[in-house]
Design a protein around this ligand. Structure first.
Ligand SMILES: NC(=O)c1ccc[n+]([C@@H]2O[C@H](COP(=O)([O-])OP(=O)(O)OC[C@H]3O[C@@H](n4cnc5c(N)ncnc54)[C@H](O)[C@@H]3O)[C@@H](O)[C@H]2O)c1
Length: 431
């Protein structure tokens, strides 16, 4: 099949490489020139394990090409849209990237094709797109909603081995064709209406975010009552009705999906006259969790002004260079605005984080340099590099009170206590 994928970001590039690896002829369209420059050299502009190798293999076999020109989409059997759908402050989803692409495609497409929406768009968007745009096409364009569920850091694994593939559409032939392109993937292919498919994505993310905020609330109560979340959460998760995933207390969720999709679902619910109280609480709890970390540092250091603090980890999770909505961004900004001297490090997220802060934060090459001379370390991202640090060296270069706030409950509390650190985790009692 001849396939065009528009938007070579985290979802688009993985999708393009995945489809090319199945032998499809893929054209990747990207408007950002610096990203395109790298792609033309078959170099991934994002960090995702295994992606460079997959891209190189597809390139060597002649199955993938890149361009900035949308015109190349004409003549494709399928056109995938994977552009960004960021949220505005109100939570309203900004669909301008999607609409810009479709508006252009309407004038470009001259041969029948299938438009596959992989970007996350609010329930009801597909129907709107059909009414507002596709009905104006000179040729037959069928619309399919095919939301993506991959996790950054495990994107290839999730793309090739998903739990399910959701296909929302009206035209049976188009649904069958989309099923066919995924025929090498052994996962249930669930066919449904377009709006339902869109809702599956939002409901899934809202539910996972709810689990995270829920366990964070339990961890906060553990802190007050002297219980230990490390003992509580695994026992709760062993109940098959609950499941152990996403029951890890910490600084809360971040990234380009959960924050915007929870806010987006809340916004669209409000717009339709529904007060989604549970989701509002999930969002609020997630924000409070970041403030709690700053509050803890304030208490343990006796104020923040002039205090030297190292933040280890800038990305919203390990395995990615993505810092969008990472708790670290709010935490760094709050600490700096309270007058703390803030140092930060990350194996892959430094360049992206730098764009937000420039000179306000001291960005360090590694964790040892970052911890030098500070009174406290905050672990924001549980990169293996940080977990396996030589903490005894770190201790020698730090200053009293040698405070470690383990925002991901990932460090060895016993060992750190033995080395003389003052340690607190999230729902893990301080030593
Ligand atoms: N990142 C994830 O983990 C993830 C997972 C599942 C779903 N999603 C959804 O997938 C969509 C894409 O997310 P992402 O993280 O890959 O976004 P991204 O910002 O990393 O990538 C989007 C890309 O589209 C490009 N683009 C925008 N307009 C364009 C145009 N007119 N022509 C060509 N390129 C254009 C941008 O330059 C950018 O490179 C979003 O709706 C997101 O919610 C993301």
């Amino acid at each position: 099949m001849k396939i065009t994928v528009i938007g070579m970001g985290y979802v688009g590039l993985v999708t393009a490489c995945g489809l090319a690896s199945f032998g499809h002829q893929v054209l990747g369209v990207e408007k950002n020139h610096s990203k395109l420059k790298k792609l033309m050299q078959f170099e991934s502009p994002i960090y995702e394990q295994g992606l460079d190798e997959l891209l190189n293999k597809a390139a060597a076999e002649g199955d993938i090409q890149f361009t900035t020109e949308l015109n190349g989409a004409d003549g494709s059997d399928l056109i995938f849209i994977t552009v960004g759908t960021p949220s505005t402050n109100s939570g309203h989803v900004d669909l301008s990237q999607v609409y810009t692409v479709i508006n252009q495609l309407v004038h470009i497409i001259t041969k029948p094709t299938i438009l596959v929406m992989k970007s996350t768009v609010p329930p009801g968007t597909g129907e709107k797109i059909i009414r507002r745009f596709l009905n104006k096409c000179k040729t037959e364009v069928n619309y399919i909603s095919n939301p993506e569920f991959l996790r950054e850091g495990k994107a290839l694994l999730d793309w090739f081995y998903p739990d399910r593939i959701v296909i929302g559409g009206k035209d049976n032939d188009s649904i069958q064709q989309v099923k066919n392109i995924y025929k090498k993937i052994n996962a249930p292919k669930l066919v449904m209406g377009i709006t339902s498919a869109e809702m599956v994505k939002y409901a899934s993310n809202a539910f996972l975010a709810t689990k995270i905020s829920f366990i964070n609330e339990i961890a906060n109560i553990c802190d007050l009552l002297g219980a230990d979340i490390d003992e509580v959460a695994p026992a709760v998760g062993m109940d098959k009705r609950i499941g152990s995933d996403f029951l890890r207390a910490g600084l809360g969720y971040g990234g380009s999906c959960f924050p915007k999709d929870t806010k987006g679902l809340n916004f669209i619910s409000t717009l339709h006259g529904y007060n989604f109280n549970l989701l509002k609480a999930v969002i609020e709890v997630n924000f409070q969790q970041r403030l709690k970390a700053v509050h803890k540092l304030h208490t343990m250091l006796g104020g923040l002004a002039g205090k030297k603090i190292a933040v280890m980890g800038l990305t919203f999770k390990p395995g990615t260079d993505d810092v969008r909505e990472s708790p670290a961004l709010d935490i760094l900004s709050l600490l700096a605005s309270e007058g703390a001297v803030v140092k930060a490090c990350d194996p892959h997220g430094k360049d992206n984080a730098f764009k937000y802060f420039s000179r306000k934060i001291i960005f360090c090459e590694d964790a040892y340099e970052c911890a030098k001379g500070v009174q406290a370390v905050l672990l924001n991202t549980e990169w293996p590099q940080f977990i396996h640090l030589n903490w005894s060296i770190i201790k020698q270069t730090m200053q009293t009170p040698y405070f470690v706030y383990d925002g991901r409950n990932a460090l060895d509390k016993k060992r750190l206590s033995k080395l003389g650190f003052k340690y607190c985790g999230v729902g893990r009692p301080c030593n």
